[in-house]
Design a protein around this ligand. Structure first.
Ligand code: FES
Length: 154
């Protein structure tokens, strides 16, 4: 199925619904994993809105992505417990190591980096999650080593 056909299918329930920008974008992102340019233009056409209006909404909410996720999703908790125990330094270290900012994906599509809100493992703060594996009591050194392992073997 082409991207165009896939978008037509996903957007069909929202056709002409000007107030449905967020659910329509959520449905597209769920189907494709991100919002490519064609998704913005097709959503605009379906909802009878301008691309700027769609883009404005999509950029306002941090959970919409404009590039494909990397092979490994690295998430650093920035909830209070993790923050006070050093998560900002871990984010900085990984941004430097990967050469990207939080919210971006490396050029080789190996890693995406994101900050997340507290997900209830505060006793393990600061916490890093790679794909579905939780790593607790993180340090900058440990975080670098873990990423090296994913780079080499997984
Ligand atoms: S603050 Fe990080 S898991 Fe709760």
């Amino acid at each position: 199925m082409s991207l165009h056909e896939q978008l037509a299918l996903v957007l069909a329930p929202y056709r002409g619904e000007k107030g449905a920008t967020i659910p329509a974008l959520q449905a597209v992102q769920k189907a494709l994993g991100y919002l490519p340019e064609e998704a913005i233009s097709e959503t605009a056409k379906s909802l009878c809105l301008s691309e700027n209006e769609i883009y404005g909404v999509a950029t306002f909410y941090a959970h919409f992505r404009f590039e494909k996720e990397g092979e490994h999703m690295v998430r650093i908790c920035s909830g209070t417990a993790c923050h006070v125990r050093g998560s900002p330094r871990i984010v900085e270290t990984l941004e430097e190591k990967l050469g990207i900012h939080s919210g971006e994906t490396t050029k080789d599509h190996k890693f995406s980096l994101e900050r997340i809100a507290c997900f209830g493992s505060c006793a393990l703060a600061p916490v890093m999650v790679v794909d579905k594996t939780i790593y607790g009591r993180m340090t900058t050194t440990k975080a670098r080593q873990i990423l090296d392992e994913y780079q080499d073997t997984k």
